[in-house]
Design a protein around this ligand. Sequence first.
Ligand code: IPM
Ligand code: MG
Length: 356
Amino acid sequence: MNLKIAVLAGDGIGPEISAQGVDVMQAVCNKFGHSVSFTPALVGAAAIDAVGDPFPSETLRICQDSDAVLFSAVGDPKFDNDPSAKVRPEQGLLAMRKQLGLFANIRPVETFPCLLHNSPLRPDLVAGADFICIRELTGGMYFGEKFESDDRAYDTNAYTRPEIERILRVAFDYARRRRGHLTVVDKANVLASSRLWRKIAQEMAPQYPDVTTDYMYVDNAAMRMIQDPRFFDVMVTENTFGDILTDEGSVISGSMGLLPSASTGTGTPVFEPIHGSWPQAKGLNIANPLAQILSVAMLFEYFDLKAEGALIRQAVNASLDACVRTPEIQVEGGEKYGTKEVGEWIVRYINDAPLA
Ligand code: IPM
Ligand code: MG
């Protein structure tokens, strides 16, 4: 296969983890005889600093011209503490999602047995939890009509039937390929938009007789995720609820630095870690590159290159077993490995792996 990849490294630790993702992708392509080309493009604060726009049109063009986007992270504290800033790095991410039509955000929550002790939950509660949150990504409050004055402000949470149907279809299809259990998360006891979600989900459910569909209010779902995370298989929800619940999901596994995500829709798909730009760690070579590297696994799997994805997952597990780990997950007394050293170890593992 011939793959054209847009590389959007962004801010903070973004460039450091991006470099490891690129090297791993290159190694896997060499191994399996795929050709790949990487085109870097500006996004986030880096793009604001360079050209005054967090998602420049040149970046959009490069993304549109690629088969997939390998994205890292955006965000810079110099914008966070300035409510009057006219342009923010995060707008780059939202613009990218909208302009590439990425309406479905797929965030797996997986546990790694050797990291269970890092979970804020009791290991016996969280062991074996394995679910996917599917978040609607281009509608709802984040994109609805807004108003802002000194003494009044609002955001509107509007959803249309086609927007709801297409994301539910993605969710039902995932559930069918997994354990056949879909939880539709909403706030239908209060919100009109949620009632439309629920109504449409109930209309569609009979088309998926192999899927058990249940409905849960978002507050209850937030609770259930920490009480009984193994309950979930696939959950689907609107943009705002999904934003909140996926952060919760990312920490309960104890492996936030290991969780990748995919955003798909009508345009070029984007693969990125779920964690942010961690500006305090910028340039220190301490950020965990595994979520970025596992994003590359998701990328291959998206193109149905299963063996390629599996080799990356195997390499990541081997690195954890060998305690080749960045500081935040290293065992006591374990050797020190930086972002780069973990990436290099994984590349070597891939180079040396026998091909099945
Ligand atoms: C995420 C992030 C973004 C979001 C921010 C950075 C705009 O938190 O991908 O979850 O809220 O969508
Ligand atoms: Mg978020």
